[in-house]
Design a protein around this ligand. Structure first.
Ligand SMILES: [Zn+2]
Length: 451
């Protein structure tokens, strides 16, 4: 089938010199499928025998294989993925690269875990010779798990951010990261000051924000580890650089919430501490948001701030259950994130499985289509990057993954029996992990192949 006007084909050929068509099952999201069993109309496109056309690192189109192959009849540039599933790369909206080696450390809860494992490990990132190989390992692990963009904490040391950005640049990844700001209530060896933190942050923004695919995030660790002077400094930078991101933690653990009450007795709530310093705005992502109230959620929704739901971490550290229904009721944007190393695996597939279980424990449903949305287009929406990543809309950056439903004998057996897309996705989020990520493509180029 080679239909279509010749002049159009000629035009396309002339301008798309680097065109490749990937054939397989293609799924992507155009909106939130919602929490009902039936997904919202128009929220996704699924082409069981589909194709994805890519040129110059961007998506040209996605559609039924017969249509796409007819429009771009280039047999020599067709990659046939068989019955594998092509999805936009996963987006992890909360993760700490220096905690790669803290995964699976014990502790009774967040504050012990920070003191006993995380802070001593983070001390080592003042040395770029330590930081760089960890950044390399971390990014390769993300790619092995099909994660192509992440919002990443470094440590307090500017060198840790330098190492991370350089590793991400070499892999041509769209990554967002920032040096941690932390000027009290932590070991001396991890403290900056309001002044040094701001100076180092400004320098890093100037060097890395908007350079190739890299973006910067103002990164106060959490309210308790910054003085009001430092929070005011973050607020000033947040106003001065509206397209720079903000990332921090909020209301993860009850002991932590009480501590914030003691440290900021005048604040109405934990979120109010951030609000008073001008840190609730678009491109601000708050990890956890478990122990917050309706006013906090409404205020976040109103200002455009978003939450990162980290189910694996919340279960592992016993922090609590994120309230999906309350977030929806307030119109609060949220996404699913791993929170390595409180979370204990890099796989957003496994994290979706944990999100599904958290919803079950709350007596709610997280439909599988919505889970996949929250790790792709929904996460891009949280980051306000939906015009660049997270879907196969024409013109978006061609970061995509190839999931193998036959990756393990059990997965193959269960996928074979799935009658609907929803059933197939439920099998994937319940059973799949990095073994199912056959390939990861960055800007249309193969960056990872499963061994
Ligand atoms: Zn975290």
């Amino acid at each position: 089938m080679r239909s279509g006007p010749n002049f159009l084909r000629g035009f396309m050929m002339a301008h798309l010199t680097d065109l490749t068509v990937h054939r397989g099952s293609v799924l992507h999201f155009l909106g939130d499928p919602g929490s009902a069993i039936e997904p919202a109309a128009g929220s996704h496109e699924y082409f069981e025998d589909g194709a994805l056309a890519i040129a110059d690192g961007k998506v040209v189109t996605a559609g039924p294989a017969s249509d796409v192959l007819a429009r771009y009849p280039r047999e020599d540039r067709v990659v046939d993925h068989g019955r594998k599933l092509l999805l936009p790369g996963f987006i992890d909206t909360h993760i700490h690269y220096p905690q790669t080696d803290v995964i699976a450390s014990g502790g009774r809860g967040l504050l012990d875990w920070l003191r006993d494992y995380t802070f001593p490990m983070e001390q080592r990132f003042g040395d770029i010779a330590h930081a760089r190989p960890v950044a390399d390992f971390f990014l390769d692990e993300l790619l092995r798990n099909g994660t192509t963009t992440a919002l990443v904490f470094c440590t307090v040391h500017p060198q840790s951010a330098e190492a991370f950005f350089e590793s991400a640049r070499q892999r041509r990844l769209r990554m967002i990261a920032g040096k941690v700001l932390m000027d009290r209530h932590c070991p001396d060896y991890l403290q900056d000051t309001a002044a040094t933190g701001e100076a180092q942050t400004r320098e890093l923004i100037g060097k890395w924000h908007g350079r190739e695919r890299l973006l910067y995030a103002l990164t106060p660790r959490f309210a308790a580890t910054s003085t009001t002077e430092q929070l005011a400094s973050v607020g000033r930078m947040a106003r001065e650089f509206p397209d720079v991101f903000i990332q921090t933690h909020a209301a993860e653990n009850l002991e932590e919430v009480q501590w914030i009450r003691d440290v900021f007795p005048d604040a109405r709530s934990y979120m109010d501490v951030y609000d008073r310093h001008g840190l609730l705005r678009e491109r601000a992502v708050y990890a956890h948001c478990i122990h917050i109230d309706g006013s906090d959620r409404e205020r976040m929704a109103h200002t455009g701030a978003a939450a990162a739901f980290c189910p694996s971490s919340n279960l592992y550290l016993g922090s609590g259950l994120f309230d999906i229904e309350a977030a929806d009721a307030a119109g609060l944007r949220f996404s699913i994130a791993t929170d390595i190393g409180g979370g204990n695996n890099f796989s957003l597939l496994r994290t979706m499985g944990d999100a599904y279980k958290v919803a079950q424990l709350s007596g709610k449903l997280l439909p599988p289509l919505r889970a996949f949305y929250l790790a792709t287009a929904g996460a891009a929406r949280v980051l306000r990057l939906e015009d660049r990543i997270g879907s196969f809309r024409p013109g978006t950056e061609a970061d995509f993954i190839v999931l193998d439903p036959d990756a393990t004998p059990l997965l193959a057996r269960r996928c074979e029996q799935a009658r609907t897309l929803s059933e197939k996705l439920l099998v994937l989020l319940a059973l799949a992990d990095d073994r199912a990520v056959a390939q990861t493509w960055i800007l249309g180029r193969l960056q990872h192949t499963r061994a």
